[in-house]
Ligand binder design. Sequence first.
Ligand code: 2AM
Ligand code: CA
Length: 267
Amino acid sequence: MARSALLNVMVQAAIKAGKSLSRDFGEVQNLQVSVKGPGDFVSQADLKAQKIIRDELLKARPTYGFLGEEADEEIKGTDGAHRWIVDPLDGTTNFLHGIPMFSVSIALERNGEIVGAVVFNPATDELYTAERGGGAFLNDRRLRVASRRVLSDCVIGCGVPHLGRGNHGKFLVELRHVMGEVAGVRRVGSAALDLAYVAAGRFDGFWEVGLSPWDMAAGILLVREAGGFVSDLDGGNDMLATSSIVCGNEHIHKALAEVVKRPIPTK
Ligand code: 2AM
Ligand code: CA
């Protein structure tokens, strides 16, 4: 698998940040038993990882813009066409609780289109990469979305809104409809990893509402380059703006979107 120079920059940044996160994750596991807990420590780990990524990316391409979860404000960049979209630690709650399901997510956008993607879980050493038109990979293995055609055979990932966020009632209606149609529902807690799992054929589909651009930018390209279909819940293509996402292979994407959007029962 030949990677472009740009993708290599992204991979190096993700691995470097991943090493820092891995070291801190070891410490987080020790801090679980302390009275204060690992909260502040995790915020520092997150900021450290973002600084590593930003420094690496901006060193390689000083004119590109930068949008990151931990950045106070977007760096516009003088280039105008290119923007990095970065989540240094997706799955923060898992990380905080010592659960090894979190990721570094780095996407490159060119003229409003995602053209490069890296999602890296340093706890499992799984590196997902994609370039537009070049396919998606898990480490060196080419990825393909699962081929199941009926929902009743499918394992579907989702995101669950938590305390103080999102519309809990609406989510419960979506879940009620989906759980009655599928073989299993899963909740990973890192949207970037959920999307990588769809690309890898582990999940047959995934939906979530209320995501930020950095949660899904890289994952969207992974799914598409693995042959999957991605849209927002209204069938539109501007997931980063509308903040909802549904995906799967051609058949499951359509079927899942229909079930998720089924109206609230009146009785
Ligand atoms: P995070 O771990 O970087 O916060 C889980 O369903 C997904 O939702 C994760 O990708 C998670 O990203 C994101 N998420 C969790 N809390 C969030 C919040 N308060 N605002 C935006 N996204 C959030
Ligand atoms: Ca995130």
